[in-house]
Write a protein of this length. Sequence first.
Length: 390
Amino acid sequence: MALNIISNYAANVAHRNLSASDEMATRSLAKLSSGTRVVTARDDAASMAIGARLNAEVQSLKTATVNVGQANSMLQIADGGMATIDTVLTRMKTLAVQSASGNLSDTERGFLDDEFQQLIGEIDRISQATTFNGRQLLTGGFNNSIDAPTATATAIQAAGGFTSFKISDDATIGTTTVNVDFIDASNIMTLTDETTGQSQSIDLTAAIALATGTETTDVNFNDLGITVTINANLDGGGDIVAGDATTQLDVTQATSTNLTVDYQIGSQNTANDRLSITLQAVSATALGLAGDIATAGAAQTAIDTVGGAIDALQSARSNVGVQQNRLDFAGQNLKTSTENNEAARSVLLDLDVASEMTNFTSKQILVQSGVAMLAQANQMPQNLLRLLQG
């Protein structure tokens, strides 16, 4: 090769290889410092995409496991309240049996009845005071219903894009008529409570985009306590216009003997990923407690009444135990799913440190060699000086 002053081909080659070695060493260092095999999409785009979904699944499953724990805590609190009520009922039956005995006078029965009535009140107090996150667990809930739209109101049925209308568990609506206004092309839906005149409007553009194929999307009108589930048939307004008299729903809400709480125990938006927990009301009224033990006849009746209340309470407690056992199995399944998804994510994304350390060492040697060779290449033009000086 000719020797020249303008160009230093050897130095250029050494620099190019040194740059490549330095870049590879830097990437290897990034992997070692982060502990992951895929730092950027250029490392493995497919694995990064799959790993991201698996990571989201793992985190969601961990949160679902926490939800299961919360549900179990709620049931445990409810069972504790019921256990106390059971003790009270045992005392009440003891008083009734004592009062039914002929050796007592009505005056003495009156003393026993005083305690009996106080214990009825105590059962009501316990049922109201047994709460979880501010919600009463033993007093029942609301029986919420929304009548199906009339035959002429086809625009707010499933074929028009509206799968269902539901009342929130904590809503207090009573009985009313809700008007549905949905203006064509605007995607803005308005619900109006005719009784109170309260309205709420929501832009459904994003929800319409999500409701594709067989998927549905919930839209929460929190001000009114109503959740609207829309489907893919809702494609930009339908036939509903503001003030349409056929778009009315009759809403009814009454006291129920059961409280139902839905817990999200899975990572997806399906019925199988939610569990409805039902708690039976165990207030004095729900248990059928009434009357007195002020007379022998009343006390004899009270023996059966309290016995029936004890049976009803045991049924409610048994229901709590059944649901706790189910939650335990759900929790075990979540832990297993979390472990398996974590393992799958690890295979895709986690770094084999020993292997990468070997690779990094190799790149380091190449960098050091490249630096040395670049220095040697830069010395080669010095040989020309000898020719010039000679």
